[in-house]
Write a protein that binds this ligand. Structure first.
Ligand code: MG
Length: 203
């Protein structure tokens, strides 16, 4: 077992202990006897039982509370659904309604994670989204550009967890990293198809 794995195991074990005195004893033992000055859970607090790295948590909370990117994505896709339906593209409208649901699920993953780690989610206003586009191709090009932006937000958070040795948050974010590859690929495929149809003169 590597030192990192051992530290992780220790903190995981601590979480399952219910005796407060024992918790304090173990916490100080780890600190003083094992000389772990930069453990995986440097901010472990036996009282709240939270050992999420504070800086990563703040970044995630800010993202959830401030820009609340996944909810903005949901709102954007609902607006795109409305545009597609009004524009006579019900199939695309339905596709965006599914995206609307998916983005809400993404927001909920972050929401639940913050709660699980003893954080406080404070919901704020969601910024207005565009309501009209030039044509279906424009809608999907905007979708791709938006997902690329979300990818860079996720990457920034992921980089922060590496810097802070916050492996729990990193593990949660890994799902988002993979998801973004799929989101960008989906938008790109639809753009390619729409361009092909247009070039063939059927659009
Ligand atoms: Mg998303």
């Amino acid at each position: 077992m590597s030192t990192i794995e051992l530290k992780y195991e220790l903190f995981r074990e601590i979480d399952s202990i219910n005796d407060e005195n024992l918790l304090h004893k173990i916490s100080s033992y780890i600190k003083n006897q094992l000389h772990i000055t930069n453990p995986i859970a440097p901010l472990y607090d036996p009282e709240s039982r939270a050992y999420l790295n504070e800086e990563s948590m703040q970044a995630i909370e800010e993202r959830m509370n401030g820009s609340f990117a996944e909810m903005w994505s949901a709102y954007l896709y609902l607006s795109m659904a409305a545009y597609c339906h009004a524009n006579g593209n019900p199939g695309m409208g339905n596709w965006f309604q599914v995206q609307f649901q998916e983005e809400q699920d993404h927001a909920k993953i972050m929401f639940n994670y913050i709660i699980q780690r003893g954080g406080h989610v404070e919901l704020k206003a969601i910024d207005a989204v565009p309501t009209t586009w030039e044509n279906p191709l424009d809608v999907f090009e905007s979708t791709l550009a938006h997902e690329q932006k979300v990818t860079s937000l996720i990457n920034n958070l992921f980089a922060l967890t590496t810097q802070e040795n916050d492996y729990a948050t990193q593990s949660m974010l890994k799902w988002f990293v993979d998801e973004q590859v799929e989101e960008e690929e989906n938008a790109q495929n639809i753009i390619d198809n729409l361009r092909m149809i247009k070039d063939n003169g059927y659009g």
